[in-house]
Design a protein around this ligand. Structure first.
Ligand code: ASP
Length: 439
């Protein structure tokens, strides 16, 4: 059995956290390949090492003195090394990094040093091999992840080793410069490593016990999700349930490797298993609820719209030409609505309105702002009659006016549009009816 274990920044923010991580890793022989993030926040107002590195590099690029900021980064690592009692000096590494900052080696290079150094420290502490991600994770000339080359080199490299620590978040470009994934990208590295070693499981250790059935800022202590499919996860993550980087799913999903989200601070919790498919019945009819505020609806009305072939295309073409993605397009006989992200739309509003008038000659266009969307997601909804009925009667009882409904043909989710001020009440009502009353 081989497991790849990825630890997030808060799991490795201090020596105390390092000790928990070592305990977790040594508890099972299968935990052979480790992917760490850079040290994260130790307390809410703390600054992540990655952000400290970005800040420091920005000063360096402007030719400003960055000694204090650089020393603060050194101090983060030295306090960990000292408290763990390690016989390890990073002085030479820091000299190289400082020279590269002065030589303007790039923002990605700067940011990547958090994972690089943290991995050296963790490898030393565990007695594991250290493999620099720059030697095994590759991007192509366009800056896209090169999965073919990476798999070949990474698999061959790790095959020869019993254990290894591979820094998350970065790799190298064909010209040998460093490139990072987007923020939170160590999750992606973990997934790539899991796929390269054909792991039985990819454990992603963080500071929460997996995905929750509802946003904990709205519902206090919501029930955890024990098992979720990749498709359900995609629906929930898209609507804001962010525990895992979106791009972390693809490499392991393709290789048929499940992901287990675990809590470093509560290793006894089973966390959430993310799987391709499962015969396990979810505890509740719904797997989870997630939602987002900040949508605008553009309502277009035109008599006899239904008879005009190509009307929908003409409407969407205007959005396309302005580089705006649409979220949903509920329609009636003589009406069509386009739901878009408010912030994106606001920048292009007048161009889009002019374009719609020119392209579609509507009778009227109305814009409604401050809409919130809520996704009620669950693989069990398909086989359960009356799910929609329960949702809408719960919303009616909570005096929430439903502005939009969209149920996909997969019957995996129901999307509900409500006014932003009803967002919390709507979430609560849906959570209560399915989870609290266990319907
Ligand atoms: N350290 C990087 C960040 O803060 C990457 C990661 O933690 O996954 O985004």
């Amino acid at each position: 059995m081989t497991k790849v274990v990825k630890f997030g920044g808060s799991s490795l923010a201090s020596a105390e956290q390092f000790k928990k991580v070592k305990e977790i890793i040594t508890a099972e022989d299968s935990r052979r390949f480790v992917v760490p993030s850079a040290p994260g926040k130790r307390f809410p107002t703390d600054i992540k090492v990655t952000d400290m590195l970005y800040g420091c590099y920005d000063l360096a690029v402007k030719g400003m003195d960055f000694t204090d900021q650089f020393n603060a980064i050194k101090e983060r690592f030295y306090s960990i090394i000292k408290e763990l009692g390690l016989d390890l000096s990073l002085e030479k590494e820091f000299e190289v990094i400082k020279a590269c900052f002065i030589g303007k080696a790039g923002r990605d290079y700067a940011a990547s040093r958090g994972e690089y150094l943290n991995s050296i420290v963790l490898a030393n502490y565990l007695g594991y091999n250290f493999i620099d991600a720059a030697d095994v994770i590759f991007f192509n000339d366009q800056g896209q992840f090169d999965s073919k080359k990476t798999k070949k080199v990474l698999s061959a490299r790790l095959e020869t080793l019993d254990n290894a620590v591979v820094p998350g978040f970065y790799g190298s470009m064909p010209n040998d410069t460093i490139k990072t994934f987007s923020r939170g990208g160590s999750d992606v590295t973990g997934s790539i490593v899991a796929s390269a070693v054909n792991a039985d499981l990819y454990e992603n250790w963080t500071d929460v016990s997996g995905f929750l059935t509802c946003d904990p800022r709205i519902i206090k202590n919501p029930a955890p999700i024990t098992t979720i499919t990749y498709r359900e996860l995609r629906e929930l993550s898209y609507m804001g349930a962010t525990v895992l980087h979106e791009d972390a799913i693809f490499p392991v999903r393709k290789a048929g490797i499940p992901i287990n989200i675990r809590n470093t601070n509560k290793p006894e919790d089973p966390g959430t298993m993310i799987v391709e498919s499962t015969s396990q019945k979810p505890k509740y009819t719904i797997t989870g609820i997630a939602g987002k505020k900040g949508f605008t609806v553009v309502n277009i009305e035109k008599a006899m719209m239904n008879a005009e072939v190509g009307f929908g295309r003409k409407v969407l073409e205007v959005f396309e030409k302005n580089g705006i993605c649409f979220e949903h397009t509920p329609s009636g006989i003589d009406t069509m609505s386009v739901v878009v992200h408010q912030a994106e739309f606001a920048d292009k509003e007048q161009e889009i309105l002019a374009g719609l008038h020119r392209n579609c000659h509507p009778d009227s266009i109305e814009i409604e702002t401050d809409l919130a969307l809520i996704a009620v997601v669950g693989r069990a909804m398909k086989s359960n009659r009356g799910t929609a009925g329960r949702i809408f009667s719960a919303l009616a009882h909570a005096h929430v006016n439903v502005k939009m409904i969209d149920q996909g043909s997969s019957e995996l989710n129901i999307i509900i549009g409500v006014s932003e001020e009803d967002f919390e009440a709507a979430n609560k009502a849906i959570y209560d009816i399915f989870v609290e009353t266990k319907l």
